[in-house]
Design a protein around this ligand. Sequence first.
Ligand SMILES: NC(=O)c1ccc[n+]([C@@H]2O[C@H](COP(=O)([O-])OP(=O)(O)OC[C@H]3O[C@@H](n4cnc5c(N)ncnc54)[C@H](O)[C@@H]3O)[C@@H](O)[C@H]2O)c1
Length: 165
Amino acid sequence: MAARVVLVTAGAQGIGRAISRALARDGWTVAALDLDAEALEDLAAELGRDLLALEGDAGSEEVIAGCIGHIFEQFGRLDAIVNNAGINANGPVEELDLDAVRRVLDVNVLSILAGAKHGAEFLRATGRGAIVNIASTRAMMSEPDTEAYSASKGAVLAVTHALAA
Ligand SMILES: NC(=O)c1ccc[n+]([C@@H]2O[C@H](COP(=O)([O-])OP(=O)(O)OC[C@H]3O[C@@H](n4cnc5c(N)ncnc54)[C@H](O)[C@@H]3O)[C@@H](O)[C@H]2O)c1
């Protein structure tokens, strides 16, 4: 049977890299989307043929749609998406830069909706497709100066139960 294929956003470093590595070890083909070309090269050197390195911005619907199209062209399947990309715009609320807040929402939340929108057909076709979203304890417990990040992670929880339904 052909290896299952997963898209991992922000898959080249940090938690995403550990996810990419663990899934490759378990026999998955990993398509890692990341902004950092050097980190992707480094991961490609580690995972070899198990990795499809995709450089781009998870906060862009066009990029997510392009990645999913490219994955389907290359492998003929998409079994899972791990929505791991997450950034913050921390700081005192009086100094919030609302463009930076929008960017947090694009990367942390829109990316999930874009993956679901453009990936649903392929995930359904597998009969057991999965979407895994990485939230944060900030969704439920507040810390000072984390309004944008907390709002986005609360939205990640909400969009997860909405998608599950
Ligand atoms: N680190 C923690 O303690 C922690 C705790 C709770 C939740 N999380 C969540 O886990 C996830 C991963 O966190 P982390 O600390 O490993 O991240 P990180 O800051 O270490 O970043 C990992 C990768 O994200 C990539 N990246 C950033 N913006 C991107 C974008 N727009 N498109 C594509 N790639 C992008 C970076 O290039 C980097 O390779 C996030 O959703 C984060 O909110 C992290």
